[in-house]
Structure formats: structure tokens, C-alpha cells
Design a protein around this ligand. Structure first.
Ligand SMILES: Nc1nc2c(ncn2[C@@H]2O[C@H](COP(=O)(O)OP(=O)(O)OP(=O)(O)O)[C@@H](O)[C@H]2O)c(=O)[nH]1
Ligand SMILES: [Mg+2]
Length: 288
């Protein structure tokens, strides 16, 4: 059996969460065009017969400004240290960052089971793709795969390369039908956060956290209450919007997605609250 952990790391917005969702064929992780969408490590488990790939989705590597940032960067370090394989994702639609390449080379020296993945090649011309691959080849990293997560280009090639690196084991780590280590409540709170990322402007999503405060279920219906906690009164007004229009939009689009997740009708109650400077307080384990 081939079984092991694969840390997917890289800068924010490189497409790590999108890649894992596409490989799992399931929308597990939230995705957005805003920076720092993923905040903690999330396992995405792909089991095919006697192969189990346990992907660790990680927050984007970035400079620490507050407790939340430090928590996020620590999550990336612990994921890469504990993994059997590292998939390092670079955003091909952006100019190559030499500093970043140096860091990848250093990481490769410590762990040869590193695959350098150039994502978003759907946004490149053939000429610029060859130019970038030429630059990357200078790093002497052996395992380089150009892909597009969004358009599902070369994903099987990447998957087979990952499987090659996985260790042989006598048994699976997770049951065949398990898809993540996270609870339904956590996934619901993330879906609401994704809608806030999509429906509000730059500054607000970074200062928002979502917490399920009530989850009641019967045969037909799930009743879920979620606190949306932001940092300023002005942010609260923006999230709610004129006559509640923005909150309604966030709520109805989250509800549709949560209904797919729990496979039942959902009653979703959202409460917007202010907790000043929460990102600078010790991060308790809300991420389960
Ligand atoms: N064109 C194109 N866009 C992509 C591709 N992969 C991801 N994206 C987009 O890139 C943006 C960021 O994607 P995410 O998957 O959230 O990126 P991430 O690396 O998980 O970001 P963080 O969680 O903030 O670290 C989204 O708008 C995606 O739709 C791709 O292959 N091609
Ligand atoms: Mg992400």
C-alpha cells in the first residue's frame, strides 16, 4: 500500500486550495481571489484502492503582523516538517520571485521529496511558459510539473508523481470514506467566511472570523447559527449592508452550499458582532 502525507505549500493565492479540491473532486477547501484565504491546516484525504494521499492544505506563507499570522506561518512549518512529500506551488501568472526560488531550493536540500509545481499555466502563452520553465530548471530541482488547477491540466501527471514518492505502508491511516479531519461545523463556518471574502471588499475579510454557536439537526432540517466576528463597527455595517442586503446575499449563497454539504434543508442564522483586535489575541483552537 502507498500511504502518506503531502503538504501543499506556497505563497497566498498560488492556488493550493483549488488544487486540492480538484484532485479530491470535491469542494472541501474555501477558495477566493483575496489574500490569506486559508487560515489553518486542513486535511483532504484521497483514497483509491490501496493508495491513500493525505493532502494538507496550508495557509499562504506571508510576513507575520499579528498572532493570527504567526499561527498561520507556524501551521505551514509544522505541515512541511511532518509530511512525506512537499508540493510547492508557484503562481505562474506572476513574475518569478527569485527570493522565493532560493527558499524552495533550500527546502529541496532538506527534503528531496519536493515537487515544484507551476500553477495557472492556462494564463500563459507557450513562449512565457517555456521562459519560466527555463528559469526554474536552473534550480536543479528534478521534479517540476506545470499545471492548471482550474482547467485540470496535468493533474494526473502530478498525482502519479506524488504516489511515486509515498512510502509503502501495511494499512491505511484513515477509513476509505473519510474525506477530511475537520468537523461539519468547521466546514459550515468556512463556507460563510468564503462568501464574505467573495462579497465584501479587500480590507474586511482579513479581519473576520466565523464561529458556529449552535447546530441542531432533525430528520429533515439543520438549524445553524453562526457568529460573524469583525474588528470594527464600520466593518459590521458593511457586512450587513443597507437594509441587510449584503448579509442576505452572504446568507443565501452560504445556505445553498451548506445544504449540499449536509444533504438536508438548512436554516441559517447569521449574527454580526465586533471584537476589537481579535487577531492579536491568543488564537484558541476554533479550527476543528
Ligand atoms: N487562472 C487560474 N486561476 C487559478 C488557478 N488555480 C487557482 N486559481 C485562482 O487563484 C485564486 C486563489 O486560489 P486559492 O486556491 O484560494 O489559493 P490559495 O493558494 O489556497 O490561497 P491562500 O489560501 O490565500 O493561501 C482563486 O481566484 C482561484 O480561482 C489556475 O490554475 N488558473
Ligand atoms: Mg487556500
Amino acid at each position: 500500500m502507498k500511504v502518506g502525507y503531502v503538504a501543499v505549500i506556497g505563497k497566498t493565492n498560488a492556488g493550493k486550495s483549488t488544487l486540492i479540491n480538484k484532485l479530491l473532486n470535491y469542494k472541501l477547501n474555501i477558495v477566493s481571489s483575496k489574500k490569506q484565504t486559508t487560515r489553518n491546516n486542513i486535511l483532504g484525504i484521497l483514497t483509491e484502492n490501496d493508495i491513500q494521499i493525505i493532502f494538507i492544505d496550508t495557509p499562504g506563507i506571508h510576513k507575520s503582523k499579528n498572532q493570527l499570522d504567526r499561527y498561520m506561518n507556524k501551521s505551514v512549518r509544522s505541515a512541511s516538517e511532518g509530511a512525506d512529500v512537499i508540493v510547492y506551488l508557484i503562481d505562474g501568472s506572476k513574475k518569478i520571485d527569485d527570493e522565493e526560488l532560493k527558499n524552495v531550493i533550500n527546502l529541496y536540500k532538506k527534503n528531496n521529496n519536493l515537487i515544484l509545481v507551476l500553477n495557472k499555466i492556462d494564463m500563459l502563452t507557450k513562449e512565457s511558459l517555456y521562459q519560466i520553465l527555463y528559469e526554474i530548471n536552473k534550480t536543479k530541482i528534478k521534479n517540476v510539473v506545470p499545471i492548471s488547477s482550474k482547467k485540470k491540466i496535468n493533474l494526473n501527471e502530478l498525482k502519479y508523481m506524488i504516489i511515486d514518492f509515498l512510502p509503502e505502508k501495511n494499512s491505511l491511516i484513515f477509513d476509505q470514506d473519510e474525506i477530511t479531519d475537520k468537523s461539519i461545523k468547521f466546514l459550515c463556518s468556512e463556507i460563510v467566511r468564503e462568501k464574505i471574502l467573495n462579497f465584501t471588499n479587500q480590507e474586511i475579510p482579513h479581519g473576520v472570523k466565523c464561529e458556529v454557536i449552535n447546530y441542531d439537526e432533525n430528520k429533515k432540517l439543520v438549524n445553524i447559527s453562526i457568529d460573524i466576528i469583525c474588528e470594527k463597527e464600520s466593518h459590521k455595517s458593511i457586512i450587513i449592508g443597507k437594509n441587510g442586503i449584503s448579509l442576505k446575499r452572504i446568507g443565501s449563497s452560504a445556505r445553498i452550499e451548506i445544504e449540499k454539504l449536509v444533504n438536508k434543508k438548512v436554516m441559517l442564522n447569521l449574527f454580526v458582532k465586533v471584537e476589537k483586535d481579535w487577531r492579536n489575541k491568543p488564537i484558541k483552537e476554533i479550527f476543528v
